[in-house]
Design a protein around this ligand. Structure first.
Ligand code: LRH
Length: 496
């Protein structure tokens, strides 16, 4: 029996999940600690509160160790993509990392593209042009705060920053590096040509440590803080989406994955990035997987829109539970109005409900007023957009996507799963909920030599967790809805 702890940080909450492997064949998971996460405002910008997050991580480790003197065999960290920390010469975090939702990147994008054409960036890195990317964040810092970049002795992407705080080892990891748009997919190295064209010199990105290997051991200071022996810190796929794919037991090779949380990432696994005219025009991205392959995927808005509306209602003293949500959805009139969930209005509006109304007004549709109408509009629009994505995947890969596998916290929303099946007219398999933490744990067991490879890992997951299956319903209604939705998309950038 081996036990590892997966530290899985998401943009709205973080969790420590204990994964126990029995006889190298059965996996069990237990949640040790869960905490909320949201960016904080500092000098008018959004940053992640690293000392809070690290405090919660140590609290979680202590919680486990207090009741269980048995040593942990490993700890691995994964987080959302693109964000990073800047370290000083003496290894201190210079300041809290910017959040990808900060808008400081928007004004520098044109300047970046004057130095390097968007298409070339895509062809070298495989990554879609998006304001959240590390490349634009670093360029915004370079322009506005050159002194900060001058003081930087190492750049670590976010999961590697947390692993460094635990182990003292400064290295980066492939899957997270592949989200930065500064990483060359052909030679799997930091792209020196892009970096020097933009910054006039190289940047101090720490080198990569192999994924699925032991990075180092918890430092003496950490051991004292959590009252433990040294624990192996493992270089798992640092990107939560890569972990999620590693944690989903997808049976049919051509099935698409959907990693569902604040974002919903939809794609398929490919050996090499697909950097064609079409993938570029449709806004696809190619990011690394646990075994050095790529995910050809589209990054879509997910629960973010629902989370933001709920937050707003809660602030007005009108909070709703999951049960209320189901009831509201059930009772609301279907297909009343649609939004493009990926429209810039919804990226980080002051009021999500107002942004939704605004979009509907702009597109001459009925404005959703009641909570039920708002929730219906979001849920239906999300899944109709997912259908658009699946159709584009089929077009660019010239293969049929016979079914879809959903994983991650978002699948607790059964309406989202059922509507996805309806909109896509495909069978949806859903599970596990903790796909990222499970993928993280599987990578640790590979590093520790308990599991041979990811294929074996996926068989273990299949034998250990129940999946839910959803079958399409009300097909004609959803067909009609897709026709109306497509018209809204075509008037707004074609959905890209
Ligand atoms: C999802 C995710 C996604 C993007 C975004 C920033 O959590 O990792 O793949 O990279 O966050």
């Amino acid at each position: 029996m081996k036990k590892v702890i997966a530290i899985d940080l998401g943009a709205s909450n973080g969790r420590l999940i204990l994964a126990t492997l029995f006889n190298k064949s059965k996996l069990e998971i237990t949640e040790i600690h869960r905490f909320s996460n949201e960016p904080i405002q500092k000098n008018g910008h959004l940053h992640w509160n690293i000392s809070y997050l690290f405090h919660e991580i140590l609290k979680g480790l202590r919680l486990y160790l207090e009741g269980n003197p048995v040593a942990i065999d490993g700890v691995g960290v994964d987080t959302w993509g693109v964000d990073f920390g800047l370290l000083s010469q003496d290894g201190k975090l210079l300041e809290d990392p910017y959040s990808y939702r900060d808008t400081h990147t928007v004004n520098v994008m044109d300047e970046v593209h004057e130095k390097l054409a968007e298409r070339e960036l895509f062809e070298r890195t495989g990554v879609e042009v998006s304001s959240i990317n590390t490349i634009y964040q670093l360029y915004a810092i370079f322009k506005a705060r050159p002194d900060l970049l001058e003081k930087t002795a190492s750049i670590l992407t976010l999961p590697s920053l947390i692993s460094y705080l635990l182990s003292g080892v400064k290295t980066n990891e492939f899957t997270h590096a592949s989200t930065t748009q500064l990483f060359n997919f052909k030679d799997k190295k930091w792209d020196e040509s892009i970096i020097s064209k933009l910054f006039g010199r190289q940047l101090p990105f720490a080198e990569l440590n192999p994924t699925n290997s032991i990075l180092g051991y918890s430092t003496e200071t950490i051991n004292q803080e959590i009252n433990s022996q040294a624990i192996p810190i493992i270089n798992v796929p640092g990107h939560d989406t890569a972990c999620a794919l590693a944690g989903m037991p997808i049976e049919n090779g051509n099935s698409a994955f959907m990693s569902c949380g604040t974002w919903v990432l939809i794609g398929i696994e490919v050996k090499e990035p697909i950097v064609s005219e079409k993938t570029y025009n449709y806004g696809f991205t190619n990011e690394g997987t646990v075994n050095g392959n790529y995910r050809l995927q589209k990054n879509n808005m997910g629960l973010w829109l629902i989370q933001q509306c709920k937050k707003e209602w809660e602030a007005n003293g009108d909070s709703i539970t999951y049960l209320d949500q189901d009831e509201l959805l059930d009772q609301a009139t279907p297909f009343r109005s649609f939004i493009d969930p990926d429209h810039r209005y919804f990226f980080n509006p002051a009021s999500m409900t107002e942004a939704i109304k605004e979009f509907c007004k702009m597109t001459n549709q009925l404005e959703p007023i009641s909570k039920g109408q708002v929730l219906r509009c979001i849920h239906e629009s999300l899944v109709l957009k997912y259908r658009w994505v699946i159709e584009k995947i089929e077009e660019v890969t010239r293969t049929k996507v016979p079914s879809v596998h959903m994983g991650g916290g978002g699948i607790q929303n059964r309406f989202l799963c059922q509507y996805t099946s309806n909109a896509l007219n495909r069978i949806v398999k859903a599970g596990p909920i903790e796909a990222s933490a499970i993928g993280n744990a599987i990578s640790q067991f590979i590093a520790l030599g308990d599991i041979e490879n990811i294929t074996e890992g996926k068989n273990i997951i299949k034998n250990s967790f129940d999946l839910n299956e959803y079958h399409p319903q009300n097909l004609q209604e959803w067909e009609n809805a897709y026709a109306s939705f497509s018209q809204i998309l075509s008037k707004n950038n074609g959905g890209v």
